[in-house]
Write a protein that binds this ligand. Structure first.
Ligand code: FMN
Length: 229
């Protein structure tokens, strides 16, 4: 064998080894993961540390004497009166194993329906930012669900306080709401506009206030849709 032939054989062997190594590496799981990623491009990390923050105003303290408006805004679970959004927040927290935090204003809202409508109208017209009682530190959370009742086709002002007083950089934000017919009313986009550096999921959850009995199944199916479950 002359020198040229031996060099040729060595080069061929090196090429075969390189091809073998590349093929072996690509068959070790990496390929499978890529296929999964392609199928679920928006999959949310269900293992990320998550928090459910919500605002809700159950419009009564008197279970036995509720007006129609009060019944519309409340859910009674085991004798406990919950706001509609409060109920949904609890379900999301249970189903995602998230911490739960209620946004409460320093000055409580009236529980009487007409007074509440007036107060909300005034705050929204004046673009107020109601102060939050005992604010929460969100820095340790990667995923934050934010829940609210739709008010005048918009976010309640205290949600703006929460959005503006916290750093959401790099976090995933997932809106949910209850409402009296308007659906989300564009509120996830409003949140996305305010939080430049967060990943806001626009496919937020919404539930009509008369459909509260279906909330457990609806929440479950939505969490699957957005890839959390
Ligand atoms: C001040 C105020 C404004 C509201 N504005 C709207 C609205 O624009 N669209 C809508 O569908 N429902 C509206 N609603 C109904 C609430 O969104 C609905 O009853 C909600 O489920 C209440 O949730 P909560 O019990 O958690 O506070 C409004 C209620 C209040 C008190």
């Amino acid at each position: 064998m002359n020198k040229k032939t031996i060099t040729g054989i060595i080069i061929a062997l090196i090429i075969i080894v390189i091809i073998g190594v590349v093929y072996f590496a690509s068959s070790q799981g990496g390929g499978e993961n890529r296929v999964l990623d392609n199928q679920t491009p928006n999959k949310i990390d269900g293992n990320a540390k998550s928090l459910v923050v919500y605002f809700s105003v159950p419009e009564t303290d008197d279970l036995d004497n509720m007006t129609q408006d009060e019944e519309n805004s409340t859910v009674v679970v085991d004798g406990e009166v919950l706001g509609n959004t409060e109920y949904v927040a609890r379900l999301i927290s249970e189903q995602t194993d998230s911490d739960l935090f209620r946004l409460e204003p320093v000055t409580p809202y009236p529980t009487n329906h007409e007074d509440l409508l007036r107060k909300a109208q005034e705050e929204m017209q004046n673009d107020e930012r109601p102060e939050i009682k005992d604010p929460i530190d969100i820095s340790e959370y990667e995923t934050i669900y934010i829940g609210y009742p739709v008010w005048n086709a918009d976010l309640p002002p205290i949600i703006n306080t929460f959005l503006e007083n916290n750093d959401f950089d790099g976090k995933t934000v997932i809106p949910f709401c209850t409402h009296g017919g308007s659906g989300l009313a564009g509120t996830p986009s409003t949140i996305a506009e305010k939080l430049d550096n967060a990943d806001v999921i626009l496919n937020g959850f919404e539930l009509y206030r008369s459909d509260m009995e279906s909330a457990p199944e609806e929440v479950d199916s939505w969490l699957s849709d957005i890839g959390v479950k």
